[in-house]
Design a protein around this ligand. Structure first.
Ligand code: NAD
Length: 490
């Protein structure tokens, strides 16, 4: 069944425009067309922003009490749980994420995104100070206004809701653009937002290519802030556009994260964690631990076990609950990832490196490369696919130096049983986050984001509160103010 995907503006899907640019939505497991996306052109983006602006001016959302907003958020959680099978199935259809991983990475995270802010809204209070005997001062917090939210294809619903939830929590209206490759689940989610009680115009959706729909949305003069998750090239364009309009801008970009395996680590835990870190969601994760840096005394044993387990990963139909790795999300991306597996002087292919042996679909063999130097292209560029690159180190300082030999710095991983190594990594690794003896586990109380080319800004309650709202410092004189000078008084 092929669906028509159009923009969702002012509480309803717009009719498909006859002259709209049409983009096929393809199921990456079967290569079948499962949808036609009608691209929003500039005029349609302008309508979406105008709807957001009108809803903001009317105040139906921003004037609700914190408790009323929290109630709507709890309804969103309940509806997401009720429709979890459908939402996960849609995400499996256009992204290819295996059913076995979808619940945890899709609906559980959507529910967490909204339940977290429901709780936060009922707890948060502002600062109030008496600075001297003349003033009572307090912070009055206000929404920014219209938020432009732009997200990629690798975790469509989870990433979109990680922006929609804080934007709404702080009283904004917004326009979101998800990736043109994976629009299905978010389109369905729009109707759940309405059913939960989000008023028309508060959340609007536009679809289309980045340089068309995305570029207009991120540079629209009525937009007050831009939150972007995606690649560096688009991120740079967005930051330039934001600068032109003096708009706030949050950039959550790519990664090439180091995964250090010390000789002191619990071997099996480190092996399980390293495999999960690069092959979950077929490696299409910004926080993938894609550079595995192993201590040389255990390198042979670790690499042998890693390759054996990699070969055993069940690649196949993502709808089959037994499947561990589905296809890559779209054909051009498969070609991009395979380009890193071509023979290279400083790299040995240990396993994989080819399309998986299936009749149809963008399936690829999980791949392990051993690099002889950290300068190799496969160690420096984000591959964003099921390709692990292995390097070895001698002394722990070398591991940190290799980890830091990157223009990215998003997540870091360390598997160790030594406190000195833990502390050296915590203090020495140039990264936005570090997980020790654990795969990634998100906690919205904590900042998430990157340094260097991994981004500018952090997602996490403290940063997001100040990003999605403006603080106004109000000072009220507590008695008739004794002016130090009375200008012009005679
Ligand atoms: P992308 O940058 O191509 O696209 C991201 C979004 O921006 C899409 O909706 C796209 O249509 C839009 N876009 C593209 N060009 C644009 C432009 N010039 N103006 C406005 N919008 C534009 O990224 P992608 O290929 O969809 O996603 C993969 C990248 O996202 C990887 O680098 C990955 O690491 C990164 N990512 C980062 C995080 C994080 O939290 N740091 C999370 C997930 C993915």
């Amino acid at each position: 069944m092929s669906r028509e995907i159009t923009s969702f503006i002012d509480g309803a899907f717009v009719a498909p425009r006859a002259n709209a640019h049409r983009l096929p939505v393809i199921n990456p497991a079967t290569e079948e067309e499962i949808g036609i996306l009608f691209e929003a052109d500039e005029a349609e983006v302008d309508r979406a922003v105008a709807a957001a602006k009108a809803s903001f001016a009317a105040g139906h959302w921003r004037r609700l009490s914190a408790e009323q907003r929290a109630t709507v958020f709890r309804r969103i959680c309940a509806l997401t749980a009720e429709h979890a099978d459908e939402l996960c199935a849609l995400e499996t259809m256009d992204l290819g994420i295996p059913t076995s991983q979808a619940r945890g990475m899709v609906t559980a995270r959507v529910i967490r995104n909204f339940s977290f802010y429901a709780d936060h809204l009922s707890q948060a209070a502002e600062r109030a100070v008496t600075t001297d005997d003349l003033h009572q001062r307090y912070v009055h917090r206000e929404p920014v206004g219209i938020c432009a939210l732009l997200t990629p294809w690798n975790a469509p619903l989870m990433l979109a809701t990680s922006k929609i939830a804080p934007a709404l929590a702080f009283g904004n209206s917004c326009v979101i653009k998800t990736s043109e490759h994976t629009p299905l689940a978010l389109a369905r989610f729009m109707t759940l937002l309405t059913e939960a009680g989000v008023p028309p115009g508060v959340v609007n959706l536009v679809n289309g290519r980045g340089p068309v729909t995305g570029a207009r949305l991120s540079s629209h003069p009525d937009v007050g802030l831009v939150s972007f998750t995606g690649g560096g090239a688009a991120g740079r364009q967005i930051m330039l556009a934001a600068a032109q309009g003096f708009r706030k801008c949050d950039l959550e970009l790519g990664g090439k994260s180091a995964n250090i395996v010390s000789d002191s680590a619990d071997f099996d835990t480190a092996l399980d964690g390293s495999l999960l870190g690069i092959f979950a969601n077929a490696g299409q994760m910004c926080f993938a631990g894609s550079r595995i840096i192993v201590q040389e005394d255990i390198a042979d044993r670790f690499i042998e076990a890693f390759v054996e387990r990699t070969r055993a990963i069940r690649v196949g139909d993502p709808a089959d609950p037994q499947t561990e790795m589905g296809p890559l999300a779209f054909e051009a991306h498969l070609r991009h990832v395979l380009s890193f597996c071509a023979p290279q002087d400083d790299v040995d292919l240990l396993c994989g490196g080819k399309r998986a042996d299936r009749d149809r679909g963008y399936f690829m063999q999980p791949t392990v490369l051993r690099a002889r130097s950290s300068g190799a292209r496969v160690c420096q560029e984000e591959i964003f696919g099921p390709v692990a690159t292995i390097l070895t180190y001698g002394r722990f300082e070398e591991a940190i130096a290799i980890a830091n030999d990157s223009r990215y710095g998003l997540s870091g991983y360390l598997w160790t049983n030594r406190l000195d190594e833990t502390m050296a990594a915590a203090q020495g690794m140039r990264t936005g986050g570090l997980m020790v003896n654990s795969p990634v586990m998100f906690d919205l109380r904590m900042p998430f984001g990157g340094v260097g080319e991994s981004g500018v800004g952090r997602e996490g309650i403290e940063s997001l509160r100040n990003f999605y709202s403006e603080e106004k410092a109000v000072a009220i004189a507590t008695r008739p103010f004794p002016m130090p000078i009375r200008l012009g008084a005679r």
